[in-house]
Design a binder for this molecule. Structure first.
Ligand code: SAH
Length: 213
């Protein structure tokens, strides 16, 4: 999905109470945006948002940020937010490479990456959201001890991620190559992509890594 101007989608987003325009202005003070000191968790590449909305409903004492670069998908995400509102969810439209400009050091306490674009060609490896350059960015904005949770259907991308993590400050704590026959399934919230792949019989890979600064 490419980042492109979509005036209609932008208008829909602006009408949502959860949408945060110019998110850089909250850098280092997201607690002011949420109006409390609860921990902030982020999903990068939220897509249509089923996952993060379900999490936000389940855990009112955690602040969630749906971070997604494609405006058209975000417009679909905000439509799913229940009418009575969701105070602990912020919707941000930006590119992961700008994370540092939007979040201060250690400001986030958990990161979810679900079915990120695999960028299968070797020459595009740097665009993968689990490549060294991105892991370095995550290390800055995440607090020491934070967890990174990653799910993908793509085994090659998963293996690549395991290797990149070995050369980083993240330590893999749990791993499965078949989520649906693993004990990691307990409490699992499936994403839109996950539902599709699982129905097709594709095994889902998942890992949980912890940041040790
Ligand atoms: N997590 C969702 C969507 C997966 S598709 C699900 O599991 O159903 C991957 C999503 O990541 C797309 O919506 C794409 O627009 C977004 N994305 C890809 N690269 C990104 C980047 N650099 N910054 C922010 N979002 C990105």
């Amino acid at each position: 999905m490419r980042l492109r101007k979509d005036p209609l989608a932008e208008e829909k987003l602006r009408n949502s109470e959860n949408y945060v325009e110019n998110p850089e202005r909250y850098r280092g003070r997201w607690h002011e945006y949420f109006g409390n000191n609860n921990p902030v968790h982020i999903e990068i590449g939220s897509g249509k948002g089923g996952f993060i909305i379900a999490l936000a409903l389940k855990n009112p004492d955690i602040n969630y940020i749906a971070f997604e670069k494609a405006l058209t998908v975000l417009a679909k995400l905000v439509r799913k937010i229940p009418e009575e509102g969701l105070k602990n969810l912020a919707v941000v439209s930006s590119d992961a490479k700008l994370l540092n400009e939007i979040f201060g050091e250690g400001e986030i306490e958990k990161l979810y990456l679900n079915f990120s674009d695999p960028w299968p060609k070797k020459r595009h490896a740097k665009r993968r959201l689990t490549s060294k350059g991105f892991l370095d960015l995550y290390e800055k904005v995440l607090k020491d001890g934070s967890l990174l949770e990653f799910k993908t259907d793509n085994r090659a991308f998963f293996d690549f991620t395991v290797e990149e993590l070995k050369n980083s400050r993240f330590e893999i704590k749990k791993i499965t190559y078949d989520l649906y026959s693993s004990d990691l399934l307990e409490g699992n919230i499936p994403t839109e992509y996950e539902i599709k792949f699982h129905e097709l019989g594709v095994p889902i890979n998942k890992l949980i890594a912890q940041l040790k600064k």
